[in-house]
Design a protein around this ligand. Structure first.
Ligand SMILES: [Zn+2]
Length: 281
């Protein structure tokens, strides 16, 4: 009898532990190849290398969302090589429009033309590595002022094999990223360290607050989709960011895997001016 109780208790513990470890997090990086204060090619290359090395060092799968126009024109060849480095590192790439356009401020037909143009740039890149192109993320998370605009665009997306990558966690990294670039470029080591510390303090609190808020909303924690940007600040913070995920029992998973969470079947019918993440909606 005692053995039976012991087994039952053990089963409950295992089930609880299983539920806890099911809380995944998929990292996504916007504005590829890099978002920076400078257009300097070596700076972009150093950022990309450090980001990818950090992701691999901590076994973090990630998906990067590419701004199409960065792969064209001056420096386009070097920028394309940086985007391709993500694929070579085993990461995914998605479409983030051609000029980082907002669906709230662009007629649907022009917006579709933007996404289609980037599709023409990215698809061959992915096909060369036998990888599918199936993720889209709205710049500014702006999904259209009217439900009609939203639905028209979403119908185009699904007709072309795309799924929308929502955002369930973010840490306003972009607010810190450009001052950090500025400090690095001025060789202000102390200033850069101070900004990085402020960023990581904020990131620590942001992750905890999203985990708490979603628990209140759903009564459980789904797999998260974490929005970051392809910046030098994140490249230089990968060890600390990985540590924040670990301390919060967040299991790194691919975007595909995270999106299998039933939470993402909840209908999102928002239409309006706010570029909010999933939870706020
Ligand atoms: Zn963006």
């Amino acid at each position: 009898m005692l053995r039976l109780i012991f087994t039952a208790v053990l089963l409950v513990i295992c089930a609880t532990a299983g539920a806890a470890s099911a809380e995944g997090v998929a990292l996504t990086f916007d504005d590829l190849p890099t978002m920076a204060l400078t257009g300097d090619a070596p700076y972009a290359a150093a950022t990309t290398n450090a980001l990818l090395n950090g992701l691999r060092r901590h076994h973090l799968p990630a998906t990067g969302f590419v701004i199409g126009e960065k792969l064209e024109g001056d420096g386009g060849v070097a920028q394309t090589r940086l985007a391709d480095a993500w694929l070579a590192a085993g990461m995914g790439l998605g479409n983030h429009t051609f000029s980082h356009a907002s669906l709230n401020r662009t007629p649907v037909a022009s917006y579709i033309a933007e996404v289609s143009r980037t599709d023409g740039i990215l698809r061959p890149l992915l096909a060369a590595r036998h990888r599918p192109l199936d993720w889209f993320r709205h710049p500014y998370l702006e999904t259209g002022l009217t439900l009609d605009a939203r639905r028209t665009f979403e119908a185009w997306l699904s007709g072309h094999g795309y799924r929308v990558a929502p955002v369930t966690m973010e840490n306003s990294d972009w607010v810190f990223a450009l001052p950090y670039d500025d400090a690095i470029l001025r060789q202000d080591t102390a200033g850069a360290a101070r900004i990085k510390r402020a960023y990581l303090d904020y990131a620590t609190k942001a992750v905890v607050s999203y985990r708490t808020a979603v628990l209140q909303l759903l009564g459980r924690r789904p797999s998260f989709v974490f929005l970051l940007h392809a910046t030098r600040l994140n490249a230089d913070s990968m060890d600390q960011l990985a540590d924040i995920l670990r301390r919060n029992d967040l299991q790194p998973v691919t975007l595909d895997r995270a999106m299998r969470d039933p939470a993402y079947k909840i209908a999102d019918t928002y239409a309006g001016p706010d570029g909010d993440e999933w939870l706020s909606r």
